[in-house]
Design a protein around this ligand. Structure first.
Ligand code: ADP
Ligand code: ADP
Length: 226
């Protein structure tokens, strides 16, 4: 299998008591699938994504990506968070270039940056700084940055959660287009059932009973949906 979440559990120590946030999660994800993790606030969605990202160590279990066990963060997993976390002193273009600075051929590097910034409709904003951008534009930069790294899987944690409704709907539409173009495997955390139905092939529903997946739903509607 492409991405395997194998018997993942996570306990946190909170005020001397053990809090079980994830309880023996088992999921296998196919290449090219767009999977939403849907559930109420506090059910463990971000923790699960963070474990797949290699940013949080699970208490038990392992994540396998294309047959290797994940030991920590890596360039094979592109991340997009609720807050874009751009370098404020760098331009849009520089923010993306920085993420792919290990590409030796400078022409190739610049072409990649421009290609993905065009994909997110930012070709005319290359030389602006983050403070000159709207929240939606900042998220577009962080999506371009993640894609430019050519990750095996794209991990998104409520990427549109901080945006106003109109911008959120616009970015959902753009993300759908990008997915149709790239067919990236996507793991997408959201608490919006509408968003998960609009965007994903499959919805993993998490409950509040300590970190369990209570439903695994195939969304069998043809795209485009937006
Ligand atoms: P969700 O993304 O579904 O809102 P989270 O994964 O962020 O849920 O959090 C699940 C639970 O784990 C929450 O009760 C939260 O308070 C707790 N938690 C998350 N991160 C930590 C941490 N680093 N230390 C202790 N408790 C944490
Ligand atoms: P939030 O993520 O801010 O809590 P919701 O989860 O309520 O917001 O809604 C997320 C998105 O789904 C919004 O863009 C909203 O306009 C849209 N939405 C809400 N209700 C419906 C509905 N009945 N049908 C279609 N879309 C809806």
């Amino acid at each position: 299998m492409f991405l395997t979440i194998n018997d993942i559990s996570k306990d946190y120590m909170n005020q001397q008591t053990v809090q079980t946030v994830l309880s023996s999660i088992n999921v296998t994800i196919k290449e090219g699938e767009f999977v939403s993790i849907l559930g109420p606030s506090g059910c463990g969605k971000s923790t699960l994504l963070s474990i797949v990202a290699g940013l949080t160590k699970p208490t038990t279990g392992e994540i396998r990506l294309k047959d290797s066990v994940i030991k920590g963060p890596g360039k094979d997993r592109g991340m997009v968070f609720q807050q874009a976390a751009l370098f404020p002193w760098m331009t849009v273009e520089e923010n993306v270039l920085f993420a792919i600075r290990d590409i030796k051929d400078k022409k190739d590097q610049l072409e990649k940056a421009h290609h993905f910034l065009k994909m997110v409709q930012l070709s005319s904003s290359l030389h602006l700084h983050p403070h000159e951008l709207s929240g939606g534009m900042q998220q577009r930069v962080s999506i371009a940055r993640a894609l430019a790294m050519n990750p095996t899987v794209l991990l998104m944690d409520e990427p549109f959660g901080a945006l106003d409704e109109q911008t959120r709907m616009l970015l959902q539409k753009e993300l759908e287009k990008i997915w149709l173009e790239t067919k990236k495997t996507v793991l997408f955390v959201t608490h919006s059932i509408y968003e998960s139905i609009k965007l994903s092939d499959r919805i993993l529903v998490m409950g509040t009973r300590p970190g369990e997946i209570i439903a695994d739903i195939t969304v069998d509607i043809e795209r485009p949906r937006l």
